[in-house]
Design a protein around this ligand. Structure first.
Ligand code: TXA
Ligand code: MG
Length: 306
C-alpha cells in the first residue's frame, strides 16, 4: 500500500485524479492546489460545475486553514465526530478555488477516518477535493470493484469495503443554529446531544446541493419502495425483492452493494420493502433519503420528517 500511495501522490501532484477509500463511500480525489485535477473530477463524473465538492482533510489545523467562522460548535463536533462521517459547511478562505465551491462563499469540510486516505492527504501535504466516485446521479461505490466497474482506467486505492456505506451527514453551522442539508448515519439526535438545547437544528433541502435533486443515487432498473403492508400498482411482472429487517448500521453498510446486486438480477424492477417503523425512526433517515431519491415509485406514506 505504501508504494501505491506514493504513486497516487505522483498522479495528484501531476494534476490527475485517483479513487480513494473512505469510511462512507469511495471518493474521486484531486489536490485542492491543482485546478487541472479539479477540472478532471467534473469531467470524469460528468458532473455539472454548479455542484460543489467537499474538501477532505487529515488534521484539524488543515480544516481550520480552509474556513472562516470556526466556532465552539465546530470544536464540539470535530471532537465528537471527526475523523468520521460528518461534513461541516462553513464560509471559505480565499485560497479555496471557486471551482471547488461552484462559486459559493462556503465550503464543505470533512475529516474522513480511513487510514489509507488520511496517510495520502498527510503525505501529499494538502487537502484533497473529492465527490463520490460515481457518474453524476448514479449509485455511490462502496468497494474498489464498484469504482472500476464504472471507471476501468482509474487508479483506485483499494481500502476494502466501506464501513458506513452511505455518504456523510452534511451540516451548515452558525453561532445560533445548525442545518442538516443531507441526513446520514450521524443523526440529528447525535448532533443535538453535543450542543446546548438552545441551539436549534433543522432539516433543510439545500438548493445548491444536487444530492438533493429529486432523482439521484439511481440504479439502472426502476426501484419500487414500499412499506410492508402497502400494495403498489405497477406494470412490472417480476421484481427483484429485498425486505429490509436489519439494524440501521447494517442496512447502510450493505445498501448500495445490495441495490447493485438486485439491479443485475433478471427481474424488470427492484422492489424494496421496509417495515412501517422505519419511516419515522431517525436512525434510518439517511438510508430513507437515499432510497427515496433512488426510487421510481414509492408508498405515499414514506415521507419522513426531514
Ligand atoms: O461521504 C461523503 O461525503 C462522500 C465521500 C467521498 O467523502 N462524498 C460525497 O460527495 O458524497 P458528493 O460530492 O457526492 O456529495 C457532496 C454534496 C453535494 O450534493 C454537494 O452539492 C454538497 O455536498 N455540497 C458541497 N459543498 C457544499 C456547499 N458549500 N454548500 C452546500 N452544499 C455543498
Ligand atoms: Mg455523490
Amino acid at each position: 500500500m505504501d508504494k501505491k500511495i506514493g504513486k497516487a501522490i505522483d498522479i495528484l501532484k501531476a494534476g490527475g485524479v485517483v479513487a480513494i477509500p473512505t469510511e462512507t463511500v469511495y471518493g474521486l480525489a484531486a489536490s485542492i492546489r491543482s485546478p487541472e485535477g479539479i477540472n478532471k473530477i467534473f469531467e470524469t463524473k460528468e458532473r455539472p460545475f454548479f455542484d460543489p465538492l467537499i474538501v477532505h482533510v487529515a488534521t484539524l489545523d488543515q480544516a481550520k486553514s480552509c474556513v472562516k467562522g470556526w466556532n465552539k460548535i465546530c470544536d464540539e463536533f470535530a471532537e465528537a465526530f471527526w475523523p468520521g462521517p460528518l461534513t461541516m459547511i462553513l464560509p471559505k478562505e480565499e485560497h479555496i478555488d471557486d471551482k471547488i465551491t461552484s462559486g459559493l462563499d462556503t465550503v464543505g469540510i470533512r475529516f474522513p477516518s480511513h487510514v489509507t486516505t488520511i496517510e495520502l492527504i498527510k503525505r501529499l501535504g494538502c487537502p484533497i477535493a473529492a465527490p463520490s466516485a460515481n457518474k453524476f446521479k448514479k449509485l455511490s461505490p462502496t468497494t474498489a470493484q464498484h469504482v472500476l466497474d464504472e471507471f476501468p482506467d482509474l487508479m483506485v486505492l483499494d481500502g476494502g469495503e466501506c464501513e458506513v456505506g452511505i455518504e456523510s451527514t452534511i451540516i451548515g453551522i452558525t453561532d445560533h443554529n445548525v442545518t442538516i442539508y443531507r441526513p446520514g448515519m450521524i443523526t440529528k439526535e447525535m448532533i443535538q446531544d453535543k450542543i446546548p438545547s438552545t441551539i436549534e437544528i433543522e432539516y433543510q433541502e439545500s438548493p445548491v446541493a444536487p444530492g438533493h435533486l429529486k432523482h439521484h443515487y439511481q440504479p439502472n432498473k426502476p426501484l419500487i419502495l414500499r412499506i410492508e403492508k402497502d400494495k403498489l400498482q405497477h406494470e412490472f411482472k417480476k421484481t427483484n425483492k429485498w425486505k429490509i429487517d436489519e439494524q440501521p448500521i447494517q442496512v447502510a453498510r450493505i445498501l448500495y452493494a445490495k441495490i447493485r446486486e438486485l439491479d443485475r438480477e433478471p427481474g424488470e424492477a427492484i422492489e424494496i420493502i421496509i417495515p412501517e417503523k422505519m419511516v419515522n425512526d431517525e436512525a434510518y433517515f439517511g438510508i430513507l433519503n437515499r432510497l427515496i431519491k433512488a426510487s421510481y415509485l414509492k408508498s405515499e406514506r414514506i415521507n419522513p420528517e426531514y
